[in-house]
Design a protein around this ligand. Structure first.
Ligand SMILES: [Zn+2]
Length: 718
């Protein structure tokens, strides 16, 4: 007995020793570094040299981890040592995290050399990921060996089983079952594509073309706006192609020539360089899809999505397009009854593209009595952000605290700590980079850096970055957000909350790592909050008087909800068709011709402009591939869900809890069809979406397209 006791005691000592050793090694990986606010800053390197050496080092350690998985004798494979180990590389390794960090720097860092180094690092990481992970036959065989043998008997959670099935499917979609020569070609194509995609994005983000105009060319724009513009040496005003400047000018400048020139600059970002890049991407993606056994890249791209097939996506688009045309025609007929002075229709009765936003804004101001610039006075940025955070705090039971920080890639960067209000547990950090500057990504986006997951069963704080381009405060006035800006903020915050709250055991399934045609659901749903009278009252506060918007203005804004919804839907479906057509069968595509044909087919009341090459800056053609339809697809579900939430109260924390527990909290660990069904308690339908858009609801056929058969519970078989 005594001896046994001693033996036990010594075991405890030894294991404590091992635990201590393991702990002392932890800080070497990035994952364990983030324990408090100042650690977050340390994630971001400050020099190209640091980026280069980190990339080399992280690639090497990832390779060692892969070698370790491969070296395990096949009879000793377990979920932990094979599949979870693979997930650790994919989702938690320094290399995986550094990819997010490099992406942030590539899109935001003002320093040219750092941006270039981040760009090179991303290319290297993506090439490594193709060679060593997604197309590594030896690794695939190791994982397949586990899937074919031990996985059949090992007790796995539903999430683990889902991940195993997904991993095997991803390997098959990478062509790992193909003969070696074919696989080699796929690998080569993937690498070339990774580099081309980055080129495309960089050609857009680094395109800072401007036009310079005289004060008289800026009639209709406010003094404040003029004061915010940079000037040339000889005193001319410089207009950039960043989104706030572009929208402000297109909606308000009464000088046609200025709108025309800025529109041409904006619609030619990335052109002509990206025409060539795009043609190459299309040809290589087509070739790759065919090698993998699909009819086209679009077929390949949609086959593992909610929508499942190109046919189904096209049906979805066609049915909505019919309704969009009807609504858009009504809107057009209304707007042309009172055209802004100086705006004339073309000979065939259409609006010129550079007149469209101006004519609509003119009509809106006059007949709906809503002047967006006046409305913006109720949305000073600081207060609006606070109001928005308050909404999330209430609905999602969170505590969001802004903490003063400095020393990030730019002084504009702000940091918000996110806590679970019930347990006071830190959930993660949110970095906000919200103002435009040269060489910064010109749209809004969310980039995940640390996933919402666990490391060795320990909850680790997630880190996310929201990038946007809201106007900056001037000496006399705070930054005033337009409704569109506020809506964009709600949208990107929706992604960020999905990333922070979607905590899963499997890192590669955390947060926003869901099917692409589902990922825009949480973000688009949060946009809907802004259409509610009570919420508008809560987040608005006039920058001079602190008064919320009065009831009359709120009523007029709500009445405006459907103004332009037909044109909006038409545009979204137009972009969806572009992305499908570009990637349907065929290596050699005449992008400009397809664009022109689809324009004529979709935009019935806006004249086609041969100088318009919008597709050369259409970044979604890279990351979203053929899946742009996913925005409207997921919006249909978002509206269905919003409708249900609204019935329980938009600030009702119980509904918020249910939303987190059944939808966003699950990240990508379950089929989205199942998540939707679990939240709604029924199959989703299009009714709320059609009603919200002011479209005809009485059409069963249109609703049926979304109704899904709920798949079998996941996990029983591989
Ligand atoms: Zn989005």
């Amino acid at each position: 007995m005594k001896r046994a006791f001693l033996f036990l005691t010594s075991l405890i000592v030894i294991s404590a020793g091992i635990a201590f050793c393991a702990k002392s090694k932890e800080p070497k990986t990035m994952l364990y570094k983030v324990k408090n606010v100042s650690d977050v800053k340390e994630l971001f390197p400050n020099s190209p040299k640091e980026i280069e050496s980190a990339t080399e080092h992280y690639i090497q350690t990832a390779q060692e981890a892969i070698d370790k998985i491969v070296a395990i004798p096949s009879e000793k494979r377990t979920f932990a040592n094979t599949i979870k180990a693979f997930d650790d590389i994919e989702g938690l390794s320094d290399l995986a995290l550094f990819a997010g960090i490099a992406e942030v720097l590539q899109y935001t860092c003002p320093n040219d050399a750092i941006r270039a180094a981040a760009h090179d690092a991303l290319i290297k990481i993506q090439e490594f990921a193709v060679d060593a992970l997604s197309n590594n036959v030896i690794l695939y065989k190791a994982i397949k060996s586990y899937a074919d043998n031990q996985a059949k008997n090992e007790q796995l959670s539903a999430e683990e089983r889902y991940y195993l099935n997904k991993t095997m499917d991803d390997f098959k979609r990478s062509g790992l079952d193909l003969p070696v020569e074919t696989l080699d070609e796929v690998k080569k194509l993937k690498k070339e594509l990774a580099s081309l995609q980055l080129d495309f994005e960089t050609n857009v983000s680094s395109d800072n073309r401007t036009i310079s105009v005289q004060a008289s060319d800026l009639a209709g724009l406010s003094e404040d706006f003029l004061a915010s513009l940079k000037k040339t040496e000889d005193g001319a005003f410089i207009l950039g192609v960043d989104v706030p400047t572009f929208i402000m000018v297109m909606e308000n400048c009464s000088v046609e020539q200025t709108r025309k020139a800025l529109n041409a600059a904006h619609e030619n970002r990335g052109y002509p360089a990206n025409e060539k890049v795009l043609n190459s991407v299309i040809a290589k993606r087509d070739r790759m899809a065919k090698l993998l056994g699909f009819a086209s890249f679009a077929d390949y791209d949609l086959s593992n999505q909610m929508v499942e097939s190109v046919d189904r996506a096209e049906n979805f688009i066609a049915q909505l397009m019919e309704k969009a045309h009807v609504k858009e025609q009504q809107e057009f007929d209304e707007v042309i009854t009172d055209l802004a002075p100086g705006v004339h229709l073309t000979d065939d009765g259409k609006l010129k593209i550079w007149d469209a936003a101006y004519a609509k804004n003119y009509f809106k101001k006059k007949h709906y009595n809503v002047d967006e610039q006046k409305v913006a006075e109720y949305f000073p940025m600081e207060k609006t952000v606070k109001g928005l955070l308050d909404i999330y705090q209430q609905f999602l039971s969170l505590t969001l605290k802004e903490v003063p920080v400095s020393g990030y890639w730019h002084e504009d960067v702000k940091l918000v700590e996110t806590y679970d209000a019930k347990t006071n547990q830190l959930i993660g950090y949110l970095l906000l980079d919200l103002h435009p500057r040269p060489h910064k990504y010109t749209h809004a986006c969310h980039i995940g850096v640390l996933p919402s997951t666990y490391a060795k069963d320990q909850m680790i704080p997630a880190v996310s970055v929201v990038v946007a381009n809201f106007p900056k405060s001037t000496a006399h006035k705070p930054s005033l957000l337009k409704r569109k800006d506020v809506s964009t903020f709600f949208h990107e915050f929706g992604h960020a909350l999905h990333a922070l709250l979607g905590r899963t055991q499997i890192a590669s399934l955390a947060g926003t790592q869901v099917k692409r045609d589902f990922v825009e659901l949480p973000s688009q749903m949060l946009e809907e909050w802004l259409k509610d009278k009570e919420i508008l009252k809560q987040v608005s506060s006039h920058y001079q008087t602190d008064e919320p918007m009065d009831d009359g203005l709120i009523e007029r804004i709500v009445a405006l909800n459907n103004f332009g919804s037909g044109a909006f839907l038409q545009s979204q479906l137009f972009y969806s068709l572009i992305s499908l057509q570009f990637y349907k069968d065929g290596e050699n595509k005449n992008c400009s011709q397809i664009y022109k044909d689809l324009y004529a087919q979709c935009k019935k009341n806006i004249a086609y402009d041969p100088e318009d090459h919008m597709y050369a800056a259409f970044g979604h053609l890279m990351g979203y591939g053929a899946r742009y339809y996913g925005y409207m697809w997921s919006k249909v579900f978002a509206l269905d869900m919003f409708d249900t939430i609204k019935k329980g109260g938009l600030l009702n924390p119980e509904t918020g809890d249910k939303y987190v527990a059944t939808v966003i909290g699950k990240g990508g660990s379950e089929d989205p069809n199942v998540l939707l069904h679990n939240f709604l308690g029924r199959e989703p339908n299009q009714e709320a979406f059609l009603r919200d858009m002011g479209l005809n609801v009485q059409d069963d056929a249109a609703q049926a397209i979304v109704a899904q058969k709920i798949p079998q519970p996941v996990g029983a078989h591989i």
